[in-house]
Design a protein around this ligand. Structure first.
Ligand code: C2O
Ligand code: CU
Length: 474
């Protein structure tokens, strides 16, 4: 058997802190009282009275339970694997110690069927996050394993109500069961495997998704895109939407007509519902497979709560993230190539220069980052680059493909500085940023969290198709 590079790293890189990967633990070993998350099989209706669809879920539900903490809390979560395959859970957007990051074969051993793993870490940042397996995520996520993870601010902004919308989709056949065609090269090499039924909090979207509101109300809506490939572009008729956070991080509040969420991304918005009692307004999606109307806000007949929008400010307190200083930043470049429609490229697969066609046919790979196509976690190549802890990094990303890619970095937030050379208006912090076809993007961050961190496309089929790598912080 050939000893993969990954195995070598594990046995020889105490410097990276990867040597003693955390392993599954027994129930009895836990000190604190953990919250339990158990993966398993779920049968559920997508609409009231509809046929039962087969899912995988956490604690028997899709989405999984909402995890809720206060900033600064110590989280203690026992994940038990009730599936018949390995898993590992990643806390998307949380700046956790590397060993708690949930990436099989990189930060931990996979959790085998019937085993448990205790994840313990402090939640440093407030915001809207989410959790999902990082093991075969192109299959485990669309099967239903995902949930929202909310960390409240020290002083939450004043609103009348808060809602969480976990958006996703599922591929359902005529008999109402999931189509189990995960990992097809045709999907991997194109826009990803997009479901034919959009879900909002696990229910089929459409007219049955009616949210009652009262005139005069202020609602904070936390949007999470948990779909494996679908990009959402949401609009709410008759109302302005005030964006207050991207990926959980405060941004200068600004009113927009629509919000775009690539897979993995979150947006917190505030909506003042100031229309008349008894009226109805639709939320529509015009993403690249626009789902049309996905929900309605229906004003009740109650009398107005207030006749002017609530005066309280909507700006949320910023988390402490060290700002990169560009003058002293180390520059790095990552070029993305490949895909079905792209010009043929040569990618390095296991050290061999390989043409796109062969990459697809022989290895099921379709994408490269810096000319390298990665297999799944178990046999990954060397990090894209390695830096010293505390280094300031300016990363130029060049999307040389005809597809959009939501790029996600683990363990850190980066500042989105420029798109195609144009400064972004809000210089926002993100953990996942959507690169449109042929775009180039400059982002910067301080590499202050030690370990080997995943950097990958959050179209999970693209990640499985080669678009992933790691950045090592030593
Ligand atoms: Cu949401 Cu690498 O993951
Ligand atoms: Cu991609």
């Amino acid at each position: 058997m050939n000893l993969s590079r990954r195995t070598l790293i594990k046995s020889s890189s105490a410097a990276l802190g990867l040597a003693g990967l955390p392993a599954a633990v027994a129930w009895a070993q836990t000190k604190s009282k953990p919250i339990h998350l158990t993966t398993g099989f779920v049968e559920k209706e997508l609409r009231p009275g509809g046929p039962m669809a087969n899912f995988w879920g956490f604690n028997g539900s899709v989405p999984g339970p909402v995890m809720r903490y206060r900033k600064g809390d110590a989280a203690s979560i026992m994940v038990s694997n009730g599936l018949s395959v390995d898993t590992a859970v990643h806390w998307h957007g949380l700046r956790v110690p590397n060993a708690m990051d949930g990436v099989p074969n990189v930060t931990q051993h996979p959790i085998k069927p019937g085993e448990n793993m205790l994840y313990e870490y402090r939640v440093h940042d407030s915001g809207t996050f989410w959790y999902h397996p990082h093991q075969s995520s192109f299959e485990q996520v669309p099967r239903g394993l995902y949930g929202a993870y909310i960390v409240e601010e020290d002083k939450p902004i004043e609103v009348d109500r808060e809602e969480i919308w976990v958006l996703s989709d599922v591929k359902i056949s005529a008999n109402g069961r999931q189509v189990e065609d995960f990992g097809r090269i045709l999907d991997l090499a194109n826009e990803g495997r997009i479901g034919n039924q959009v879900l909002l909090n696990g229910n089929a979207v459409g007219a049955n998704q009616k949210f009652a509101v009262r005139s005069g109300e202020r609602v904070r809506l936390r949007l999470v895109n948990a779909a494996s490939a679908r990009i959402f572009n949401l609009k709410l008729a008759g109302h302005g939407i005030t964006v207050i956070a991207y990926d959980g991080q405060a941004v200068e509040p600004h009113v927009v007509e629509q919000v775009t969420l690539g897979p993995g991304m979150r947006i917190d918005v505030v909506i003042d519902f100031m229309q008349k009692a008894g009226t109805i307004f639709s939320v529509t999606d015009s993403g690249h497979r626009g789902a049309g109307e996905i929900a309605q806000f229906a004003y009740s007949s109650e009398k107005m709560l207030r006749d002017k929008p609530m005066a309280a400010p909507v700006r949320i307190a910023a988390n402490a993230i060290v700002a990169p200083i560009l003058k002293r930043a180390q520059e790095h470049f990552i070029i993305f190539q490949g895909g079905m429609r792209g010009a043929p490229v040569i990618g390095n697969v296991d050290g061999q220069p390989t043409k796109t066609q062969e990459m697809m046919e022989k290895y099921g790979l379709a994408w490269t980052m810096n000319y390298t196509a990665q297999h799944e976690h178990a046999q990954m190549h060397e990090p894209l680059f390695s830096v010293r802890k505390g280094e300031h990094i300016l990363l130029h990303m060049i999307n040389s493909t005809d597809f959009a890619h939501p790029m996600h970095l683990h363990g850190h937030f980066f500042k989105v500085l420029a798109i195609n050379g144009q400064q972004t208006r809000f210089q926002e912090w993100r953990d996942t940023v959507l690169m449109n076809p042929r775009d180039s993007m400059d982002v910067a961050f301080v590499a202050d969290n030690p370990g080997e961190w995943m950097f990958h496309c959050h179209i999970l089929d693209h990640a499985a198709g080669g678009m992933m790598g790691t950045i090592a912080v030593e």
